[in-house]
Write a protein that binds this ligand. Structure first.
Ligand code: PRX
Length: 631
């Protein structure tokens, strides 16, 4: 593992090297992978178009780098340890060799059902090993997977199927979450009424609840793999062929399909995984994310498996059967690296230290955080009570679009600082720019966070709409990738992420566009207009506050609010349900008709002391009325 950083001076040296000669730097890291054909050029890029290619003309299959490369040495080593929702149900331990066979078998099953290289496959599944098998089988045959978080509604699922014109859906009958069993296949059935491209649906039997199977379209997973060989020769992929599409929210109403490609994503996820978590052979690693989000893609499946690690997959929730479940799992498997979200930390912090007391947690070496800013109080609680004061907290900043971790401590190697993501990883060149795009050099500066040089794991395009990629990420500040986040670099040069500067909220670490929620609210027939903002929430980080103008004729406010909430649930899913809905007589607008969200954000966060100058508003009187009835 020549690309491993072990000391602070090693970090400084590697960082300088990566800036002085990025091509030499990345070529050295990429050299340790198995390529069917080596690259002609390390990177070719133009951020204006944008057009970015890594390891040009190289050929590979990412699954050969997971399986063939490890089978001789690690064949009998556990690749995935699966912990079921119900602690009394038996767990599953799947070795590299078994995972390889399962992947090949399912690859053959998909092939026999008409899916080939370049076809899009939607994965809408619970947290079971078969979700990883589905991803890897797609990668093995060159199909493009697009995972939709199994908590999204049928409408959201249908939109994604239609956007990428998917040919196949992989799903399950149901999903065990805590004390509940949630229907999954039924949601797929509903979604498929609004789509025309899906030819086959393969259904894994998990909960054994009754589902309808449409003849000619729906096949049971166990039937699809029976008689399929456990060998499949990996498809030869170009480094820039699509590996997957993952939909994420932006500032417009429609989620966009972030496209990642084979070679660069592979190199970046393994490199960042090994370094940030200081993974050593034999370690047991656990990331609590869901495979429906980018964290699950990069740091449950691809990064750890490329590194030959043992990765835990947990089906359930942190509070079932009780609030000690995470800690029980850490002790049960002697977890060495634990990676979770601030919202989970805050939720468990609220139960106090009693649920932790029965557990030793002494196997832990590194604890990580991802998805949203971690407040100092939660950082300290995590550090003292879970890390017992001896485990470095890696606060990892990154995005769906970056593919992997960009700014983060390297565990035990570079310093940590509560609520700071600290320093960029070697190979990552962040800059802070002012509103005009001028780079703010030196320390003690604050502004918009951009990246000025490409990195292998970066977004290549937005599916089916390249111009959207250009407009969203490469047009605000010329010649740079714009993250949408605000950041400060403190007097020591450490980065602190300040949150989104666009109309994107971060609800329990999940990205949600304000416009997306507004569109859903506006579907209710009594709604005339709405405006949505985020507000500080103790557990979720941000909550959703909706201001709604309604036609109230013949309706009670309480009923209407309940119905609006249900409309959002149906159109997007439970994660987008507003925490607060206020029926208002009007929305504060400028003379050109633009909603003044700044004012609405202040009211939602109960910061009404100084509303700033509102005299230029078209309707200053509504501000008072909204404040009076604020929730
Ligand atoms: O605002 C930042 C926040 O999450 C956004 C990315 O969301 P998503 O694409 O869903 O990916 C989440 C998992 C990587 C960022 O623009 N964010 C992510 N990590 C951090 C963070 N904010 C502060 N600190 C972090 N460590």
């Amino acid at each position: 593992m020549s690309d491993r950083i072990h000391t602070l001076s090693g970090y400084i040296h590697e960082y300088q090297r990566s800036v002085n000669d990025p091509e030499e730097f990345w070529a050295r890291i990429a050299d340790s992978f198995h390529w069917q054909k080596r690259w002609d050029k390390v990177v070719e890029w133009d951020f204006d178009k944008p057009d970015v290619k890594w390891f040009t003309n190289a050929k590979l299959n990412i699954t050969e780098n997971i399986f063939e490369r490890h089978l001789y040495t690690l064949g009998d080593k556990p690749a995935i340890i699966w912990e079921p929702n119900d602690p009394n149900e038996e767990n599953r331990i799947i070795t590299y060799k078994e995972l390889y066979q399962m992947t090949n078998q399912f690859a053959n099953a998909m092939k026999s059902n008409g899916v080939g290289k370049g076809d899009r496959v939607i994965i809408y599944m619970p947290m079971i090993p078969e979700a990883a098998v589905a991803m890897l089988a797609c990668a093995r045959i060159g199909a493009v997977h697009s995972i939709v978080f199994a908590g999204f509604s049928s409408t959201a699922l249908a939109d994604r199927i239609n956007d990428c014109t998917a040919k196949m859906v992989l799903t399950s009958d149901g999903n065990f979450r805590g004390a509940k069993s949630i229907p999954v296949k039924a949601v797929v059935d509903e979604a498929l009424e609004k789509t025309t491209t899906v030819e086959k649906v393969i259904v894994y039997q998990r909960t054994k609840e009754e589902v309808t199977m449409k003849s000619g379209r729906d096949i049971w997973w166990h039937d699809a793999i029976s008689d399929q060989p456990e060998e499949y020769k990996a498809e030869v992929m170009d480094t820039e062929d699509m590996l997957f599409v993952l939909y994420t929210s932006g500032s417009t109403g429609k989620p966009k399909g972030v496209v990642h490609t084979c070679g660069g994503y592979m190199v970046f996820t393994k490199y960042t995984f090994e370094n940030v978590f200081q993974y050593s052979p034999g370690d047991i690693y656990w990331c609590t994310a869901d495979v429906g989000w980018i964290t699950g893609h990069s740091y449950i499946v691809y990064g750890p498996l490329l590194a030959g690690a043992t990765t835990i997959m947990f089906e359930g929730v942190p509070t079932f059967p009780d609030a000690g479940r995470f800690w029980a799992i850490i002790d049960k498997y002697k977890v060495n690296q634990f990676y979770t979200a601030p919202t989970a930390i805050r939720a468990l912090q609220a139960y106090g230290t009693e649920p932790i007391a029965p557990y030793k947690l002494d196997s832990l070496k590194v604890i990580g955080s991802v998805g949203e800013p971690i407040n100092e109080e939660a950082w300290h609680w995590y550090h003292s009570h879970i890390g017992k004061g001896k485990c470095p907290v890696v606060d990892t900043w990154w995005q769906t679009e970056t593919g992997g971790i960009m700014i983060s401590p390297i565990a035990g190697v570079t310093p940590t600082k509560p609520s700071y993501a600290t320093l960029p990883l070697p190979g990552v060149q962040p800059v802070i720019v002012d509103a005009e795009g001028k780079e703010l050099k030196g320390n003690s500066v604050e502004g918009n966070l951009c990246i000025k040089y490409p990195w292998p794991g970066m977004i290549r395009t937005t599916y089916g709409d390249h111009d959207r990629c250009k407009q969203t990420y490469f047009s605000t500040f010329k010649g740079m990738y714009f993250t949408g986040d605000g950041a400060k670099r403190d007097e020591d040069g450490y980065y602190r992420i300040l949150g989104r500067v666009d109309d994107v909220m971060n609800i329990s670490g999940h990205r949600m566009g304000t416009a997306e929620v507004e569109n859903a609210i506006n579907e209710h027939p009594k709604v005339i207009e709405s405006a949505v903002v985020g507000f500080p929430h103790d557990i979720k980080g941000q909550g959703i506050y909706a201001y709604v103008i309604c036609d109230m004729e013949g309706r009670s406010e309480d009923n209407l609010i309940g119905e609006i909430r249900e409309t959002v649930n149906k159109i997007i899913g439970p994660i987008a349900k507003p925490d607060k809905i206020q029926i208002v007589p009007g929305l504060p607008k400028t003379r050109s008709g633009k909603i003044m969200r700044r004012i609405l954000r202040k009211i939602a966060s109960k910061d009404t002391g100084n509303m700033g100058d509102i005299s230029t508003l078209l309707n200053p009187e509504v501000v008072e009325a909204i404040i009076k009835n604020a929730k």
